[in-house]
Design a protein around this ligand. Structure first.
Ligand code: GLP
Length: 241
């Protein structure tokens, strides 16, 4: 694993955008695995700026997002489809039909997950997967459990994740309780993985995930076994290692 220590959030975002831009420039028809959450927002801002300056071209890029809340439509302002449209897709020349997010409105979980696994297979796998890190070590919505879930599945979100996401909804009752997420195997099959982490409140989980035992109780710990991971974190997030 390579660790890039950034000064602060802005620097972390710049470093992460650099790695993604290098991927898009070196393989214009690449498949990017993308993430939501507050951490990658600055990364997407840089990519949009560089696109506007004429330095990046997304016309041949395909994307597959990690996850989506079950029950939210793409128009709901807290859906991950909406997030991606707002922070990236609407601002660059990516073809909308080449952007993929699990279908939150598909009520049949087995179908939603099977369809998404098929999409990942059809696009030929992921060249670069961007990841944030949940406070309990989740990646995508792979929550701590007794075994690593391999492929896209429906998860019951943990109380800690529901509470962490409550800030985005009017009341805690509005926070979806389930989500569709890529599994650990889908993520581990990516050729390259970039993890972005910022802030003191992630320092403990960074230490556990990247320097503790590999266990499904800390889903991100699986990344220790991947041959091409770049952890880009600010000084605060790295303060305990
Ligand atoms: C959500 C997303 C994850 C994300 C995590 C951390 O639960 N499903 O993909 O990494 O939040 O979010 P943040 O970056 O806001 O801390």
């Amino acid at each position: 694993m390579q660790i890039i220590k950034a000064k602060d959030y802005a620097h972390m975002s710049l470093m992460a955008a650099n790695v993604i831009a290098a991927q898009v420039s070196s393989k214009p028809n690449c498949v990017l695995g993308l993430a939501t959450g507050s951490t990658p927002i600055g990364t997407y801002e840089n990519l949009v700026n560089w696109y506007n300056q004429g330095n990046l071209d997304f016309s041949q890029v395909t994307t597959v997002n990690l996850d989506e809340y079950k029950g939210l439509s793409g128009e709901h302002d807290q859906s991950y489809r909406y997030f991606m449209n707002t922070h990236l897709f609407n601002h660059v020349n990516i073809r909308p039909e080449c952007t993929h997010v699990p279908d939150g409105l598909e009520p049949d979980s087995d179908k939603a997950c099977a369809d998404y696994n098929k999409i990942i297979e059809e696009v030929g796998g992921i060249d670069l997967q961007l990841l944030g890190l949940g406070h309990n070590g989740h990646i995508g919505f792979n929550e701590p459990s007794d075994a690593f879930d391999k492929v896209t599945h429906c998860v019951d979100l943990t109380e800690s994740t529901i509470n962490a996401n409550a800030r985005f909804f009017e009341t805690i009752d509005d926070v979806p309780k389930q989500a569709y997420t890529m599994g650990i195997q889908n993520i581990m099959f990516a050729k390259k993985i970039v993890v972005v982490v910022s802030d003191k409140d992630k320092a403990e989980i960074v230490k556990k995930a990247f320097f503790g035992p590999v266990t499904p109780q800390v889903p991100a710990s699986a990344l220790q076994l991947h041959p091409n991971v770049v952890l880009i974190a600010d000084e605060d997030a790295l303060s305990l290692i």
